[in-house]
Design a protein around this ligand. Structure first.
Ligand code: ACO
Length: 702
């Protein structure tokens, strides 16, 4: 929070509100918002502001916000775009704490200048801006519906933050149909000032909110978002839906909100790091939220599937593997628990298959046994319609057992598949808040999200360990490049940075003549690599400026002359500083380790399979900085090539500890030398003995 900034609490729990642009015309948005505030039962004072004065919805209309005597915590601004700046300025003069700008027509259509002017004016008055381009705020703790969405929003324990206003309004309607109660729903629109992170900071501590859902298109200050999200997601589940997964979608998102959509792949990793739950679709996110809002946290991981159909049981088993739901596999206990109520041809192996002969009585027996079984912690109950079964007798039993499971703090989900009667039963049960689905994957996805959250709560993300690097030496190298007006470091400068960070590099010297090259070659030993050193020749291999695998003195002499000849032919005017003679690192696994300042996510670090196949294999993993030791290890384990590091076919384990240390050091370089924007080590050769940064590229911020 900046100095003199108002507490975000007053955006959600204002003591008095104004509507600037409250209209006399019932068809206008300015009228609807005022109407929603009044009919929503907001207990504080409400002040319509309209230059025509008069009376609106039975309240006195103030010609100017400054005519109001009472302090105003939130002013909704609902005047056309050209009038917004002036309205905001008047609110600032009045000492309003928050303006919620509903009006469209700013950065989302390219009018960024006016948006910036409004925010600057608000800042001058220590006032904060929500929006513009939003539908407003609903906040249950003070029954405030300052939106132009539906009336009578159902109060509850789910908070929604949405970047899209239209989707937000639609979600108010949808949550109502689905019997879901909201503790808050806020649209952030263009996020000119207040963003998701500011809102999370309030919702994290707000007792009414049990689960938070965020619809997001693009991030602007990812560093802080990841940090606050991490803290929030430890306390309560945070479900994130991000639009812009596809390239076209990302472009559409960027133009929709004026925000950078950011690489979806990186976003995915950062959500994992933040312990947030990323849903595939809006429906999935809402189902998870509804489940979280009503379901107890299981004490442990043993889940059983109860079914009357083998096929649906197999589908659910597949889904359990996909979503990380642990199926109980103590077959003796399962047999003891369930064999009493089973036809002789049923199965007590998990899935518990009651067979097509299952009756409501058999299900009841299985539910009762699961409820009482101490080693069973969650249940997925499946049903396929059969002629021997009247679903109407089953529905009340499902509801009764659902409540019993709630009391016993054991989560249960149901999946019923069949014709009209079954569909009617599903509708009926959903109206009574029972988590019931018509597809086993949907049911298991909810259970999976719950278990992911449970595992996150139990896990420790680990503390960030301090790594020391020789910053002064690095800064000296960077200063030299800056003086020469370069935005990149030369190869030997990159190696200098590695040395200063304590990252091993191949033995290497720059020879200024043939004799020196031979002398260095003898000192280092064979095989060797030789490379041209010239700031005028960037792509050395393309012009024959690199010679690999030189195994004796004769080859060194020939390579020296050939490199010089080829480079002078291709670049006659290039200034050549010498020829680098370097130990050739062979064997080991080639990895890539990098770090950069991402425009959306802030400082991030990356590791993966390196060498020339980086682009093809795309086997990389990302994290936001700062990074804990545990996260660095998780990153490495996430890449598909991890088994190569463990050693295959009798190979020894590679120096994974050295790799972890390198990732942490690269992160530290980026964090301590803020003039560096990109670091890439490729390849970083990791073998049994240690790691070596063979090729290093470093870019400086503009
Ligand atoms: N201070 C206070 N009130 C004023 C001022 C002022 N300086 N100037 C004018 N007004 C009054 C007007 O007199 C009028 O009241 P009246 O109807 O009683 O005469 C009222 O403010 C509204 O002004 P209008 O000029 O009638 O503006 P209108 O209501 O047509 O449009 C609006 C204003 C709704 C803000 C419009 O410009 C706009 O941006 N619409 C899009 C809103 C939107 O979609 N936002 C994104 C939401 S999310 C989503 O996508 C759904």
């Amino acid at each position: 929070m900046r100095e003199n900034e108002p507490d975000i609490k007053y955006l959600f729990e204002p003591r008095a509100v104004a509507v600037v642009g409250a209209s006399h015309d019932p068809k206008k948005i300015g009228y609807k918002i005022l109407d929603n505030i009044i009919s929503g039962g907001y207990p504080g004072k409400v002040y319509p502001v309209n230059p025509r004065g008069g009376e609106i919805l039975g309240l006195r209309g103030y010609r100017d916000v400054n005519e109001i005597e009472e302090e105003i915590d939130v002013a909704s601004i609902v005047v056309p775009a050209p009038l917004v700046f002036d309205a905001v300025k008047r609110c600032g003069e009045k000492g309003v704490k928050f303006v919620s700008i509903i009006t469209s027509g700013f950065s989302e259509v390219g009018n960024r200048e006016e948006e910036n002017r409004i925010v600057a004016c608000a800042r001058d008055h220590h006032m904060r801006v929500l929006g513009p381009n939003i539908f407003g705020v609903f906040s249950a703790p003070c029954s405030l519906n300052a939106t132009f969405g539906p009336k009578n929003v159902r109060s509850g324990n789910i908070a929604i933050i949405t970047q899209s206003g239209a989707l937000g309004i639609a979600m108010i309607g949808k949550t109502k149909v689905e019997n879901m109660g909201l503790s808050a729903i806020v649209s952030v629109g263009n996020k000119s000032d207040i963003n998701e992170t500011d809102l999370l900071e309030y919702l994290l501590h707000q007792d009414l909110t049990r689960v938070i859902m965020i619809y997001i298109e693009g991030l602007k200050a990812g560093e802080r978002f990841v940090n606050v999200l991490q803290r929030t997601a430890k306390q309560k589940p945070v479900v994130v839906v991000k639009a812009g997964r596809s390239k076209r979608g990302a472009m559409a998102a960027a133009s929709h909100t004026g925000a950078l959509a950011g690489s979806d792949e990186i976003f995915d990793y950062l959500m994992k790091q933040s312990l947030a739950l990323r849903a595939e679709s809006l429906n999935e996110a809402l189902e998870w939220c509804k489940f979280f809002a009503n379901t107890p946290i299981p004490s442990k991981d043993n889940t059983v599937i109860v079914t009357n159909g083998g096929g649906i049981g197999v589908l659910a088993t597949d889904a359990c593997e996909k979503y990380g739901v642990g199926l109980y596999d103590d077959y003796l206990t399962l047999k003891e628990t369930f064999s009493g109520m089973m036809p002789s041809f049923g199965s007590t192996k998990n899935p518990i298959d009651l067979t097509g002969e299952a009756t409501p009585d058999l299900y009841e027996g299985a539910f009762k046994a699961s409820l009482e079984g101490e080693s069973i912690h969650a249940v997925i109950a499946l049903y396929c319609e059969t002629a021997v079964f009247d679903i109407r007798t089953f529905t009340p039993m499902i509801e009764a057992y659902y409540r019993k499971f709630l009391e016993a703090k054991k989560p249960i989900v149901f999946c019923l598949v069949g014709g009209q009667q079954t569909e009617d039963a599903v509708d009926d049960l959903r109206k009574h808040d029972v988590p019931v689905f018509t597809d086993p994957y949907e049911a298991v996805s909810c259970m999976g999200a719950l278990y992911t959250y449970v595992h996150h709560r139990r896990s420790h993300s680990g503390s960030v360990i301090s790594i020391s690097v020789d910053t002064a030496s690095m800064e000296a190298i960077i200063e030299k490049a800056k003086k020469e007006k370069r935005r990149f470091l030369l190869a030997h400068e990159g190696q200098g940075v590695m040395k200063a960070a304590g990252i091993s590099i191949p033995r290497s010297h720059v020879a200024r003549g043939l004799d020196q090259a031979v002398q260095y070659a003898e000192e280092i030993g064979y095989p060797l690599v030789m490379k041209i050193v010239s700031k005028d020749i960037l792509h050395k291999s393309d012009v024959g400026g690199v010679a690999l695998n030189l195994v004796n003195r004769k080859e060194v002499i020939e390579a020296y002359e050939a490199i010089l000849h080829r480079c002078r032919t291709a670049f006659p005017d290039a200034k050549v500083d010498g020829i680098e003679v370097t130990e050739m690192v062979h064997g080991g696994t080639e990895l890539i380790v990098g770090a950069r300042i991402d425009p959306s996510f802030g400082p991030i670090v990356m590791c993966g399979l390196g060498g020339i196949y980086v682009e093809v294999m795309k086997d990389v993993s990302f994290r936001a900085l700062p990074l804990s030791l545990r996260e660095a290890i998780t990153m490495i384990k996430e890449i598909r090539s991890y088994p190569l590091l463990l050693g295959v076919r009798g190979e020894k384990r590679k120096d994974i500890d050295g790799l972890v240390e390198t990732i942490l050091k690269v992160g530290e370089i980026l964090q301590t030398c803020r003039s560096i924007s990109d670091i890439e080590i490729n390849p970083l050769v990791v073998d049994v003995e240690g790691v070596k940064a063979v090729d290093v590229r470093i870019l400086l911020s503009p």
